[in-house]
Design a protein around this ligand. Sequence first.
Ligand SMILES: Cc1ncc(COP(=O)(O)O)c(C=O)c1O
Length: 411
Amino acid sequence: MIALDNHPSGRHFLQIPGPSPVPDRILRAISLPTIDHRGPEFATLGKKVIAGLQQVFQTRHPVVIYPASGTGAWEAALANVMSPGDAVLMYETGHFATLWQRMAQRLGLEPEFLGLPGNDEATGLPHSWRHGVQADLIEERLRKDSAHRIKAVCVVHNETSTGVTSDIAAVRRAIDAAGHPALLMVDTISGLASADFRHDEWGVDVTVSGSQKGLMLPPGISFNALSPRAIEVSKTALLPKAFWAWDEIVEMNKGGYWPYTPSTNLLYGLSEALDMVLEQGLPVIFARHQRWGEGVRAAVRAWGLPTQCADERVHSPVLTGVITPQGVDADAVRKVIHERFDLSLGAGLGKLKGRMFRIGHLGDCNDLTLMAALTGVEMGLKLSAVPLAGSGVLAAMDFFASTAQSRLPRG
Ligand SMILES: Cc1ncc(COP(=O)(O)O)c(C=O)c1O
């Protein structure tokens, strides 16, 4: 265990935007003895987790659980509804949107990558990696596709590489306004159970998500939420699919079972996570993450550093991307913070490598763990000789103190 557990004392600060810190209650549930996945008790667990997930995705339709990371659920989404050579309109919001687009290419689809052109003058970083999806660009592009070659529009709801969210309801309105039949496919791998997401109400056909972010589980299971239309399309879609195929899984799920050996112990964890999420209520959880995001941004503002998200309306409640001044290697700052203070921050990915770092504010954290994390960041910035306008720690303290409410029930 030396390599895995060499933290000198206290808990490691896992402040990356997923995997997020796992609550002890969930770790304990996962440690229970594995049961027979074809035995009678299992059906109760299977039915319970699917029903709970439907509440979290805000859908009445099937949710498929895969023993795979989020990347597997991305592939499942495309493999079930697409045919070789299909055109798909994908929107460039950052690194994860780019990876999904590359996957579409590798699967033999024809992705078109739409996004805001050009770079931001102040930072030199791409505009499309600092803003959310521009639904009007999607509408404009779909209106030109009078032959309806485009079979799906694919967007990332919470772009984990940037800390920017996108308005999914607006994308649905854009597709409808263009009178286009394309399916709407959404990645909310890092948004689910932290940022408001409504599969049915927003007219999403396939939602992709994963366990290791807002659901506070370790990595290892991932999800597709389906619409009736997506299920219809999957019946005639021609990309090869076997392990990922929805039909057999949805059929066996009706009895609470899977056509293969599911991740029994992660499903115990999921059951516990769903209890926690649904006991607290989604609106309370969404508000909590919004507030954490505001507190962290108060610190970043006080430091005088820009956030990766350049649009005040679409800051992620789950993570904040912080751009370091030109010439300061953000990875070197992260290294100092990790080595000296046992705090892990997210790296700048893809086009953002070395230009920014990401502070995760999701999973099992609270005001004080976030304050400690911000203290570690501020100390690391100072040790790296990054010029700061003021103390982000003091600004965040003021914010958290002035907005704190009693955690205890009234009375
Ligand atoms: C938005 C988004 N999409 C896709 C992925 C890929 O998921 P995984 O790494 O679990 O395969 C991630 C992982 O961080 C993500 O944040």
